[in-house]
Design a binder for this molecule. Structure first.
Ligand SMILES: Cc1cc2nc3c(=O)[nH]c(=O)nc-3n(C[C@H](O)[C@H](O)[C@H](O)COP(=O)(O)O)c2cc1C
Length: 210
């Protein structure tokens, strides 16, 4: 099988695409879409978001030292795109997209986005200039999960959320569950039983749509 070298570029894919909310000192809220984000530490829980210094959100996050990362499901994909092509300098994105701020007790000054499957309020740990982008590291203060993603027994089923990924210029919804952590070495009966959890109600394997 042949390969074509396309040079050093940023083609790591898929990436989670998230909506990052922030606020200014006058209580105005803004949202920026970011695909350059990730988890960077477990204890303490930390994540990263890389933003260009030219973004309004970059200024507000630096000034207030806080932001909220909201995961995106299928129903939010177009709002997510909008927040990535319009600046808060000329648009009130919450109002324009009829998005409802979600108050979060761990970070009262910055709202999440109502309807998002998961919101992660963060305090800025550090900001590291890298070149085109600044790497913003945040301490995760809490994780707020939409109630319908829990089973009756309290287990979290994020695979049912219909999360959206960013894949080289397009948004794609996560599809079927094809395995679980450690399934390659799990006993056959454990593997079968566990995979039944992810079966669609209709019978075929896969995940339920939210
Ligand atoms: C899918 C997608 C992913 C994006 N990812 C990033 C990113 O990781 N970092 C960044 O600085 N800008 C990113 N952008 C661009 C910003 O979201 C965009 O410039 C936005 O309008 C800035 O808004 P603001 O000025 O209100 O902060 C992305 C845009 C889209 C559509």
């Amino acid at each position: 099988m042949g390969y074509t070298s396309i040079g050093p570029t940023t083609l790591l894919s898929p990436l989670p695409v998230v909506m990052v909310s922030c606020c200014d000192g006058d209580g105005r809220n803004n949202i920026v879409t970011a695909a350059w984000c990730g988890i960077v530490n477990t204890h303490p829980p930390m994540l990263s978001v890389s933003l260009k210094p030219s973004r309004l959100s970059h200024d507000w996050i630096r000034e207030r030292g806080a932001f909220v990362v909201s995961l995106v499901d299928r129903s939010m994909a177009e709002d997510c795109d909008f927040c990535g092509v319009r600046s808060g300098r000329d648009t009130d994105k919450f109002r324009e997209r009829a998005l409802t701020p979600l108050p979060l007790s761990a970070l009262p000054e910055v709202p999440g986005i109502q309807g998002s499957p998961v919101c992660l309020p963060c305090r800025v740990h550090s900001i590291q200039p890298l070149g085109s982008h600044d790497l913003i590291l945040g301490n995760i203060l809490d994780v707020c999960v939409r109630d319908d993603l829990f089973d009756g027994d309290g287990s979290l089923h994020l695979e049912r959320a219909g999360l959206v990924a960013y894949n080289h210029g397009v948004y794609q919804c996560l599809g079927d569950v094809i395995g679980f952590f450690g399934y390659s070495v799990a006993r056959k009966d454990v593997r079968r039983k566990r995979m039944q959890r992810y079966a669609k109600p209709g019978g075929a394997s896969g995940h339920r749509q939210a």
